[in-house]
Design a protein around this ligand. Structure first.
Ligand code: FAD
Length: 507
């Protein structure tokens, strides 16, 4: 099942096992059961520490990863290959006793959960965001015996996954819990186990407080810390949109990386400096007093700082038409890389004819039966090379001058209504899914009336990253800088930090 290169890597990893592990396997007579057995047996044969037992689990084929005499609650339903192979290997190492890399405060929060929590995550093996969720929940299961987690490959358990239109889709005790990438911190915060306000009581007065956790924040904080300033970061998670990105090939000097790797590298780089990282919380409001700035967080804590760098980035922009909210994760999707495989052999539309829309349509055309791209304007705005590639595909159609009016359906998407802007006639498309690709909205609502923004909600900054409020700077995708890219966000983060330093030595 595994090629020689992978086996060599795996063999080195298996040497890191610290204790014995038992795979409990539940199989049927189908082909996938055979595949799963082959994988599990092949891995077991590579280490004397691993044994395999036959058992009956809720789903077949599936297997659980346990310590001898102790069930950890980690189960893989399907064959954890593709992007989930790492989750399998990591679970194996952690169950064997390898210490998790999480901070002690996070481990303590996980240990502090007394409720019985049964998580199930539907994944696709091509989804890049899914392993983060699977690995986070597996880790929680390893640490706390009250928690169990099953990864379910939607492509194998098709009937169960029939209503799942976006992966990862996470269920807790049978109820929908979340969707999209979630880290341990996100899950803890969703469970109401985020950091307590009391943990923030003695933070004192920061020189520079950075709000946000993306590339702009990382760069701002590192530049500020390198100036010897007392620096803090407040963020729900580190990485920002990079966490939702597949491959990155334009971070100059890094020929190719993945979003997950870059997000990890950003966090590692931040850790090299004396930066107070406050994860798992969001800034909720801002108050400027005569001599400092106060930020109130969603756990009720208040932080004080001499200067502030806002780098809260942006999120997928929504169409704002009837049906979009109602059918979110029931056919309305935003991430083609993640959710495309769920629309195999189905008819889908992509709304938006910019680069991201056309790239999405090309990507989906390889999976779906048909892809209809709707562009509001008279022409698509994507690069010519992308348009040519799209037109060369036989299962794609482009409709221009199309204003999306409604996404329709019953318990899931069945169609889309648009207005032909030339004839003013409303038309209907029969569809199984709609991918919205119309750009981004800045995360700036929490700023209230304090900081000037343009009509898109983007913070207005000058070329030094300064806003209209003295001492408050901004960087990255939340600002009115024209181009939204990682390298540009990092550059503007550096500018904002140096400007904050300059402000501090003059005031
Ligand atoms: P973000 O990355 O958006 O980070 C902001 C962070 O702040 C987030 O973690 C957010 O949750 C957090 N936050 C928001 N509100 C609050 C609050 N109130 N309190 C605390 N924290 C908050 N760019 C490239 O250069 N190359 C690419 O290949 C590329 N591909 C992309 C693919 C996709 C699918 C997407 C979505 C974007 C891509 N981009 C790419 C764009 C790039 O990711 C962004 O330009 C970049 O991440 C912006 O960085 P940022 O730090 O400004 O904001």
């Amino acid at each position: 099942m595994l090629d020689q290169g992978l086996k060599n890597q795996l063999s080195q990893l298996l040497d890191l096992m610290e204790g014995d592990v038992v795979f409990k396997v539940s199989t049927g007579t189908d082909e996938t059961s055979q595949k799963m057995s082959d994988l599990v047996n092949e891995v077991a044969e590579m280490s004397p520490r691993i044994t395999v037992e036959q058992t009956e689990l809720k789903r077949s084929p599936s297997f659980s990863v346990n310590r001898p005499g102790e069930n950890t609650g980690i189960t893989f339903a399907g064959v954890p290959l593709g992007h989930e192979f790492n989750s399998f290997v990591l679970a194996l190492l952690q169950v064997s006793g390898r210490a998790p890399k999480e901070e002690q405060s996070v481990i303590d929060q996980i240990k502090g959960i007394n409720d019985t929590l049964h998580f199930e995550t539907f994944v696709s093996l091509t989804c890049q965001k899914c392993p983060d969720v699977v690995q986070a929940l597996n880790l929680m299961s390893v640490i706390n015996p009250n928690i169990t987690h099953t990864m379910i490959d939607g492509a194998v358990f098709k009937e169960e996954a029939e209503d799942i239109m976006a992966v990862p889709s996470i269920f807790l005790n049978g109820e929908q819990f979340g969707s999209g990438r979630m880290t341990v911190t996100d899950i803890l915060s969703e469970l109401g186990q985020g950091p307590d306000a009391s943990e923030f009581e003695d933070k004192g007065l920061f020189d520079v407080l950075v709000v946000g956790g993306g590339p702009a924040s990382a760069s701002s904080a590192i530049y500020a810390a390198r100036k010897g300033l007392h620096t803090g970061i407040v963020a729900d998670r580190i990485g920002g949109q990079v966490n939702d990105t597949q491959d990155i090939e334009n971070l100059i000097s890094v020929k190719k990386t993945t979003g997950t790797t870059l997000a990890t590298n950003l966090e590692e780089h931040i850790k090299d400096y004396n930066i107070d990282v406050m994860k798992g919380v969001l800034a909720e409001s801002l108050n400027k007093t005569d001599d400092h700035i106060e930020i109130t967080l969603n756990n009720g804590a208040t932080l004080r700082t001499k200067t502030l760098i806002v780098s809260t980035g942006a999120r997928w922009r929504q169409l704002g038409v009837p049906g979009e909210q109602e059918f979110a994760n029931k056919g309305v999707a935003y991430c083609p890389h993640c959710d495309g495989p769920l629309f195999e052999d189905k008819d889908v539309a992509v709304v938006g004819g910019g680069n991201s829309g056309v790239e999405a349509a090309i990507d989906l055309a390889g999976i779906c039966k048909s892809v209809t791209l709707l562009e509001f304007g008279a022409e698509m705005r994507a690069d010519k090379v992308l348009q040519e590639r799209l037109h060369s595909l036989s299962n794609t159609t482009v409709i221009t001058n199309a204003a999306t009016k409604e996404i329709t359906g019953d318990d899931r998407v069945t169609g889309l209504t648009y207005e032909d802007m030339q004839s003013n006639v409303q038309k209907q498309l029969d569809l199984d899914g709609v991918f919205v690709q119309i750009g981004l909205s800045p995360n700036t609502e929490w700023l209230g009336d304090t900081v000037s923004r343009n009509k898109m909600g983007e913070i207005e900054v000058d070329r030094l990253g300064a806003t209209n409020v003295p001492g408050i700077f901004a960087a990255g995708d939340c600002t009115d800088q024209r181009y939204k890219q990682i390298i540009i966000s990092m550059g503007s983060g550096a500018t904002a930090a140096l400007s904050a330093f300059d402000y501090l030595i003059r005031n």
